[in-house]
Write a protein that binds this ligand. Structure first.
Ligand SMILES: *Cc1c(COP(=O)(O)O)cnc(C)c1O
Length: 400
């Protein structure tokens, strides 16, 4: 290797550090939960965790762990094959059927991650004569997946139905054969819910297909946790749903696409992340299957999550913090200034609350925030503890 190359890379890293964008990983000593043990220079500390996607608290669920352990014994550690060669066990088909039944679709197809599901979705289904119309706040994996397809690309301003209509018109004017609208169900930085009924109305008017990435909704939002189509009443007007097992549904890993039979059949034939990547580990498949079973029935956990969300929102609002309005368990505390957000995250850390600060370029300039996420793994006392820590830190820094 030429030494120039490594010094070039080191220069890039120094630039990231100088911009204050260098990400450092902290070490969690135990399980993912409402309280976690965080390892630091001074040893281990217990902290209240407000930044996992563990909405129903299933990441350390005893029944899910038992199902995974059983699968390890019955089905082995790994498949050492892609699905179509010798990597499909009964378990994989059971999980696909369970996802499809849960989300009210004909069938589903599994991937190693939802990142892969979104990378797989567009290229086989749409050609250069077609158009994809994408919300400009969509997840990175959608952006990458769209880039991998040859379809014409149109972007609309976040949640802006007038702009979506304008883009659909433009796609029409350019003679697109098929049009596909794609949106996150819940936008992870803001916690906003996509306006699915209006999107579906426009889709019907313009003869478009609707795809929703429901990673931040499946399992905890809507009736039985069926996600934003159920929550918003759009229901099966949404044609394609992509999702993850890496958040609410057990939090391990894996993704899926659920849709009508011909769509899933074609993806099984042609989706590259499916054809050229290993089958889900049996223990992960079995644990995720159990997670769906639990999530369907988990009205008690959803009620607890909603209670925490309402209390935390109310507590911080009354204390004088500025929150983005919303109804999901994603609660962004707006601080504006990146340095202030960083200092607030530090002050909360000292007070035993684990949060994530987000600044430009992850969010727009001047819109720095601390994104908090509620979880059914938190107790009422944990939520009180977190509200008190926000108040104390906020007063110390002169925010409230
Ligand atoms: C988390 C997330 C993904 C990626 O899911 P993985 O299964 O972790 O790859 C994709 N889309 C959205 C909207 C997400 O929030």
């Amino acid at each position: 290797m030429t030494p120039d190359f490594l010094s070039h890379i080191e220069g890039v890293l120094a630039g990231i550090e100088a911009d204050g964008l260098y990400k450092r990983e902290r070490l969690i000593a135990g399980t993912q939960s409402g309280r976690i043990r965080v390892r630091g220079p001074g040893g281990e500390r217990q902290m209240v965790n407000l930044c996992a996607n563990n909405y129903l608290g299933l990441a350390d669920n005893a029944e899910i762990k038992a199902a995974a352990r059983q699968a390890l014994d019955d089905y082995g550690f790994g498949m050492a094959s892609v699905r179509f060669i010798c990597g499909t066990q009964m378990l994989h088909r059971e999980l696909e059927h369970a996802v499809a039944a849960y989300l009210g679709k004909d069938d589903a197809i599994l991937f190693a991650a939802c990142f892969d599901a979104n990378g797989a979705l567009f290229e086989p289904l749409l050609g250069p004569e077609d158009a994809i119309i994408s919300d400009s706040l969509n997840h990175a994996s959608i952006i990458d997946g769209v880039r991998l397809s040859k379809a014409k690309r149109f972007r609309y301003a976040p949640g802006d139905m007038n702009d979506l209509e304008a883009q659909l018109r433009q796609a029409d004017a350019e003679g697109a054969r098929f049009r596909l609208i794609v949106t996150d169900g819940v936008f992870s930085m803001d916690g906003h819910i996509a306006r699915l009924p209006e999107i579906c109305d426009l889709a019907e008017r313009f003869g478009a297909i609707v795809a929703v990435d429901d990673c931040h909704a499946t399992g905890h939002l809507g009736d039985q946790g069926r996600g934003t189509p159920a929550l918003t009443g759009a229901g099966d007007r949404v044609d394609i749903v992509t999702g993850t097992f890496g958040k609410t549904l057990g939090g391990a890993m894996g993704g899926f696409i659920a849709a009508s039979q011909p769509i899933i059949d074609l993806l099984r034939q042609q989706a590259r992340p499916y054809l050229f990547s290993n089958s889900l580990a049996p223990a992960v498949a079995a644990g995720s299957l159990k997670a769906i079973e639990i999530a369907r029935e988990a009205d008690d956990l959803r009620a607890r999550l909603a209670r925490h969300t309402a209390r935390f929102r109310q507590g911080l609002t009354e204390a004088g913090f500025t929150l983005l309005p919303g109804e999901t368990p994603i609660i962004p505390v707006m601080l504006g200034d990146a340095v202030l957000a960083q200092r607030m995250a530090g002050a909360l850390d000292e007070r035993g609350v684990y949060v994530a600060g987000f600044f430009y370029p992850v969010v727009p300039q001047g819109r720095a925030r601390i994104r908090t996420q509620m979880s059914a793994a938190l107790t009422d006392e944990d939520v009180t503890f977190a509200i008190d820590a926000f108040k104390d830190a906020g007063r110390t820094l002169g925010i409230i």
